[in-house]
Ligand binder design. Sequence first.
Ligand code: HEM
Length: 452
Amino acid sequence: MWIDRYQQIGKTFESATVSIQPIIFTIEPENIKTILATDFDSFELGSRRRTLMGPIVGPGIFSNDGAAWKHSRALIRPNFTKMMISDLSTFETHFQNLLKALPAADPHSGLIQVDLMPLFFRMTLDSASETLLGSSMAFNSQLDLPGSASMRFMDAFDYVQKKIHLRNVLDRGWMKPFGLVYTLAKGSKKDQFEQACEVVHSIIDPMILEFLRRPVTKKDPHSKYVFLEEMAKVTRDPLELRYEILNVLMAGRDTTAALLTNTFFVLARRPDLWDRVRAEVEETFHGRLPEYETMRNMKQVKNLLSECLRFYPPVPFNARTAKANTTLPRGGGPDGKSPLFIKKGQQVDYHVYCLHRSPDVFGEDAHLFRPERWEDPVLRPGWGYIPFNGGARICLGQQFALTEASYVLVRLMQEFERMDNRDPVEAWREQIGLVTKTRNGTSVALKRAGSR
Ligand code: HEM
């Protein structure tokens, strides 16, 4: 729908279809660069994200603006060191759990039939929790039984995110009165959303308190990197630690899982791509476990993930609000090429999904999934390609996410020689919640490497 609108109206337009206050929508790279980088100080996230996400993630890097955001960013940023990202052993542990969670192979065909989507969402929760909290407190949602802390945390966290998206869609514009009626009718009773937030907090809080009670000892320089340990050197406030951990989890877990899910959705439908990437995996590692540097320089793996992030960007749209009167360089005048006045308080939304399919940036074949395009030296999309955002609030977990996605891709291709689609619906059906993912999951049949 949005692609059609941009095609019909232009790259920047004002509309009030999803709101009472008109919103300015843009997919003009120059405007996006202005909002996120060159005129960063004139824009903020605004109160909407805080209102929607506040009950679960409170104040933190993903929800704060201004000085509070700068404080959070300074606290979190030093954690993303090369050492932390390049330690692949955490990913191997959770990959092994994913293999254990696979159903048994069919005795006749030898094929393993499975929907990979829930396995990827569990794996990214477990690996992120290990990096954030340490191995002794990590979740093991892949193998734990229903009723365990991991499963209760995962179910509550998933429920909260689904509800945030729903509230974002419903509690605005012409739907707002319904939201108000609901709030009045509910009174002080806690609804399912609030209860789920409480479940998440009640599981994470004792972990943080237990950690803070431990005596501070000198860390073995060879031991694994743990966010909580590093952050606790700066703050020992349990609430601040709770919220920053949940902010990073919210930013990094579903996004990485969506990238993996969508990549395997495509691979299941493109055996040519599977063979191409798998040949590179075989030639590079000959069955060895991947090493960081070599893995991150694999051309086919990189092209595939770059194209998946272009075609199905996990964060499909984003919004900012003007803090002061300002201008955007494009969108004004009869041809839309003049600057556009932006009044203080004006909301500006940008659709990464539509931007990434813009022929002006990616050429006439922008609507095709073509990983080879990334080999073209002429292709320099700049602000036309922003899966991880850009400017001052650029994603801090980009390298972590690309490492995890590459690792899972390489390891699955080492373990399985073939993957067939088992979803009767060939076409992409999208589910846009807080992230873009395939609505039908990724149902496949896997054939073990070396099996007959
Ligand atoms: C494919 C996976 C990922 C994608 C597509 C992605 C995308 C994004 C985007 C678009 C933003 C900007 C949000 C905004 O400003 O409105 C962002 C911010 C952020 N991301 Fe990621 N992300 C991914 C994975 C991760 C991971 C794995 C982590 C951490 C382990 C992470 C941590 C963060 C943090 C902390 C921010 C907030 C930065 C700030 O506001 O200063 N992300 N990400």
